[in-house]
Design a protein around this ligand. Structure first.
Ligand SMILES: *[C@@H]1O[C@H](CO)[C@@H](O)[C@H](O)[C@H]1NC(C)=O
Ligand SMILES: *[C@@H]1O[C@H](CO)[C@@H](O)[C@H](O)[C@H]1NC(C)=O
Ligand SMILES: *[C@@H]1O[C@H](CO)[C@@H](O)[C@H](O)[C@H]1NC(C)=O
Ligand SMILES: *[C@@H]1O[C@H](CO)[C@@H](O)[C@H](O)[C@H]1NC(C)=O
Length: 371
């Protein structure tokens, strides 16, 4: 067809002559050709209007250059829009998003350093309580269950103190809007403290001064719950010493200010064999020294079958009540892990009483399992 068109010769004799010479099919081709040219002209005019219209004129004028990013408009499917939104708009950084959407739960991450990722794994499921076993060694505090598990790099500072500072920095940003918050690690509840249990594997007198010194980064930022000698001032982190029975050196003087607390022996609370203060009248452990009292569940009630028997449950309830009367919460450790059904039964019984914290090894199961 192109070959035919190129043979059109517009002779000076005029259109009538041309038409005469053309057979009908060629005439149709001629019409199509003219329409094509018309379409090209129209397209050219539109392009002209686009390039030199009002927008084009604006660009020519002197003044500030418009630097607004290209607009991200809804196109295709909303699924794609949602997917691309963060990258395309750059608006998705939510200042306190690190723990956003995580509901804090009364879960204690037992021997937390055994988790693949210490501290963070517990926080990621909403565990409000974590635990590090520490050994004093050459002026450092190493974390591990027994000496064979120690490693110079896995310290109380590297696994707990420094990461906690990082998390709390994210939750307590200094911006033009706010600069003096004291929020805990959970975005859902600023007032939820993180209980940090420090389980001493070496003596109090040798170990606690190291713990005390290593808490400095938290202390400097006013992030520790403290006792000022008269009242407790809540903070983002509440440190609790455990694993020793010689706490008199730390809490014996009840009017001395401190920013740590100690585990109280649950089986002794309110009994005659309870350790007394040096005044001989008041108990050593009270709600100013100890937010929690703990015991081994097996020691408290003996071996457990499929679940706590009625008698065992009564015993546990009595212990919880004795602590509660003194304003102290409870945690039972050495709770059965196996079978899963037995573990779930006992979690449920303890949570229903309720105890203050559930002692947990399998964090995901406790947080999201169907028990
Ligand atoms: C912190 O905020 C207060 C007011 O809310 C303001 O007076 C103070 O200057 C701020 N400090 C800093 C370091 O931004
Ligand atoms: C207890 O601590 C207070 C405050 O630090 C101090 O004044 C007092 O002397 C201490 N008491 C004893 C017996 O050490
Ligand atoms: C702590 O114990 C004292 C004395 O038993 C009691 O008056 C006070 O209410 C308790 N505080 C809390 C927070 O339970
Ligand atoms: C449950 O498992 C944890 C960790 O594996 C262990 O430390 C604890 O002793 C176990 N509890 C019982 C009752 O066996």
């Amino acid at each position: 067809m192109l070959a035919k068109l190129s043979s059109f010769g517009f002779s000076p004799q005029g259109r009538a002559r041309i038409r005469e010479r053309f057979s009908p099919p060629s005439y149709v081709a001629y019409l199509v050709f003219m329409m094509l040219i018309l379409a090209l002209i129209v397209q050219y005019l539109f392009a002209l209007a686009d390039g030199h219209g009002p927008h084009g004129d604006d660009e020519m004028e002197p003044g500030p250059v418009n630097e607004a990013p290209p607009k991200f408009t809804v196109s295709d499917h909303i699924g794609q829009f949602v997917q691309e939104w963060p990258e395309r708009t750059g608006l998705s950084d939510y200042p306190s998003s690190f723990t956003r959407g995580i509901e804090p739960k009364n879960i204690h991450s037992h021997n937390d350093y055994w988790q693949k990722v210490p501290l963070y794994q517990g926080l990621s499921v909403g565990a409000v309580s974590t635990e590090a076993d520490v050994w004093a060694h050459d002026g450092e505090l190493l974390v591990g269950h027994e000496r064979t598990a120690l490693d110079a790099k896995r310290t109380f500072r590297s696994l707990y103190v420094d990461p906690i500072v990082d998390v709390l920095k994210k939750q307590n940003p200094v911006t033009e809007f706010v600069n003096n918050t004291r929020c805990g690690p959970f975005d859902e509840n600023c007032f939820q403290t993180l209980y940090l249990w420090v389980d001493l594997k070496t003596g109090v007198k040798e170990t606690w001064p190291l713990v005390d010194a290593q808490l400095a980064p938290l202390r400097e930022r006013n992030w520790l719950t403290r006792w000022d000698g008269k009242t407790i001032i809540p903070g983002p982190v509440t440190v609790i010493g455990t694993g020793s029975s010689n706490w008199e050196v730390l809490i014996g003087n009840k009017t001395r200010a401190r920013d740590y607390f100690v585990d109280a022996p649950l089986l002794k609370i309110g009994t005659e064999s309870e350790q007394m203060h040096t005044d001989g009248k008041t108990p050593l452990y009270d709600n100013t020294s100890s937010p929690f009292a703990t015991t081994s569940l097996i020691t408290a009630v003996g071996s457990i079958k499929g679940e706590l028997s009625e008698k065992q449950l009564k015993k546990v309830e009595k212990l919880v009540k004795a602590a509660k009367e003194r304003g102290i919460q409870t945690r039972f450790w050495e709770t059965p892990n196996w079978s899963t059904r037995r573990r779930h039964n006992i979690w449920r019984q303890l949570a229903d009483i309720p105890v203050g914290l559930l002692n947990v090894d399998d964090l995901e199961d406790a947080a999201y399992g169907d028990w």
